[in-house]
Design a protein around this ligand. Sequence first.
Ligand SMILES: NC(=O)c1ccc[n+]([C@@H]2O[C@H](COP(=O)([O-])OP(=O)(O)OC[C@H]3O[C@@H](n4cnc5c(N)ncnc54)[C@H](OP(=O)(O)O)[C@@H]3O)[C@@H](O)[C@H]2O)c1
Length: 299
Amino acid sequence: MDPQVIVIAGATGNLGGRIVRALRQRGATVRAIVRPGTSADRLGVLREQQVEIVEADLGARAEVVRACEGASCVISTLLGLHATLVEAQGALLDAAVQAGVPRFIPSDFAMDFTKVPPGLNRNLDLHREFRARLDRAPIRSTSILNGAFMHLLTGDAPLVLFKVHRVLYWGRAPDQLLDFTTMDDTAAFTAEAALDPAAPPILRIAGEQITAAGLAVAATEVAGRRFRPLRGGSLGRLRAIIRITRALTPTSDAPFPVWQGMQYLYCMFEGSGLLTPLDNQRYPGLRWTGVRTVLQEAA
Ligand SMILES: NC(=O)c1ccc[n+]([C@@H]2O[C@H](COP(=O)([O-])OP(=O)(O)OC[C@H]3O[C@@H](n4cnc5c(N)ncnc54)[C@H](OP(=O)(O)O)[C@@H]3O)[C@@H](O)[C@H]2O)c1
């Protein structure tokens, strides 16, 4: 049987690059749609993996349709605001439909935005808007929902504070389950889903579901020094801080300004976007990285 052809937009990015590797490891033929003028060194990584490269603006319909022809699935890992997540991704979707591609994986890779109340998180609202468009399109789709990328625990959204031996949490108690998945585990699962014609509309995964209290136990084990939960305040207080920070932040196209990061934290501790039930076992060959591994690397 010929290998499946998977088209990906966003292959020059962090998650997209990892999905390309995972697809190639599984023997798929990969075609990447990249922006015209993408530098040769960024394309070199793709070429080394025998990825077919199509330079096209996503708004150039005929070129994108041609790039999608023969594919069994189109994956989007685009990152941006409305112009990207709804408009450019929408143009990619329309081209995939016109080319007769049977399946589409949108650039979701978040908490369960289908359950988070609208208005709590600007970016999740964009995912919801695109999902409504996808649901109306004559194509099957699979959103991969993975919670927070696990490296954020000690990176851009630090909850585990190594210097002060504390784990930050918001709300009444440190007992809200939170979802974390590494980018590599997300990429491997996405590659499996792209090659799975029976994948359902939503697949939920988490490398580990853990509370802030559990994170304190994990960090204590890893660092060999006692970590304690540290209460940032009530959820109402976090909402007020978000409102003020947002009002003071100049408008920009940045997908993750500080206030937006806080909106993610709010939604994590508010709990409605928790991933349940999990589909981790759908592809039995996969192994899941837990938080201790990631904390070990940062300790
Ligand atoms: N759950 C989490 O904690 C978490 C955290 C971060 C990201 N994410 C999600 O993961 C996904 C990918 O994020 P990432 O970190 O991999 O982003 P990234 O590294 O910035 O990659 C984004 C990709 O999209 C391409 N792109 C953006 N706008 C485009 C446009 N208008 N036309 C064509 N290409 C465009 C970029 O191309 P260029 O290289 O040419 O710019 C790049 O290849 C997104 O869905 C994001 O929301 C989730």
